[in-house]
Design a protein around this ligand. Sequence first.
Ligand SMILES: *Cc1c(COP(=O)(O)O)cnc(C)c1O
Length: 402
Amino acid sequence: MSEGPGTRYETWRALALWGEEEEAAALEVIRSRSLFRYYGPDLRHRTEAFEAAFSDVAGVAHTVAVSSGTAALTAAMIGLGIPPGAEVIVPAVTFVGSVGAVVAARGVPVFAEVDDSLTLDPASLEERITERTWGVMPVHLANVAADMGPITQVARRHGLRVIEDAAQAAGVGYRGRPVGGLGDAGAFSFQLDKNITAGEGGAVTVTDADVYDRVARYQDQGGQFTTSKGATRGTADSPPFIGTNLRMTELTAAILSAQLPRLVPMCRRLRDVARQVRAETADLPVRWRRLPDEDGSGGDLTLFLGSRLEARGFVADLNAAGIPAHTLYQGQPVTANRAVREGRTPWGVEWQRPPRLRTSEGLLGRSVTIGLGAAMTDEDVDALVTAFRKAHPRQERSETPT
Ligand SMILES: *Cc1c(COP(=O)(O)O)cnc(C)c1O
């Protein structure tokens, strides 16, 4: 994630390995003058190629490339047929785009607690279910998969759709399977902060052919329209509906395709770095974030300190030693966002103030995430361990309420 200058290594994951491949891929599309995915004077079909390659990474039958992660989430829910006013349960710890996507799909977000994995707590999910609940959106936060086993069990028991918010987790797995193919649909982001990037971009991953058909239609004006070129999207035997434009450009797809082969090795390397740091600090009383599946994680070093104050001090000490570290979302659950709290959508006030989610607030506020970099050297890892050992409290502190 983003860290300013003064840190020892590059922490923009996708940018750390950025190279000539991106330049060549972009230049080819620019020279073809065919930046629109569906036609052009010399179309290279880069978006189609990216969709096919990404389906392999996510372990799904179909990918629909779109303009952003938020667009991908919205299109996924619309593809799955979300009815207007339906409730979608979202974890309290996520980016506001998860909430915006539910609103754009005409749903109503309902917030559940996270547990010590900082991902959706299956017990809290079950407590939030009402007769209006239609779906659940587990968020694979910071390169760690949500605990999809128990979450899926609860969802199946109550007939809920599962939309995976995998915006922060391209290349991450859970029990041997990639994220994005674990629920009814997955959504990825290719914004600058994510594991592969073209500045903006997104992808919906699905296996069901009818859902794929609806997503493909939705992102291209509903799929049946008349232009001077004439075009249809989707199969002839499914009824058309009004969509919108969420299309990816050929330039975006070409740049993403240049990065895609680096994704899985990058996640493996960062997972190994995280393992090494945990091993070399094993004698300290560190309360690491729980990883529902460590083997599938894409490299995360998040831990809990005794209090918000201690977390702030730990971040400052690490930063002073050139080690990037921060508290995710400044320690604020998404329900602290004023518009989310007040239920203000573009169309008015659509929900009442959600209850405070004190477990999530407490955990997030006491958490510290150490930034890793895809181009970290062994010396960088050593420096991280040294700074960590110096800054971390030696004694286990009793948890103070925050
Ligand atoms: C980045 C992100 C999104 C939104 O993706 P954009 O491409 O910025 O629209 C949604 N959810 C989570 C968890 C994210 O981190």
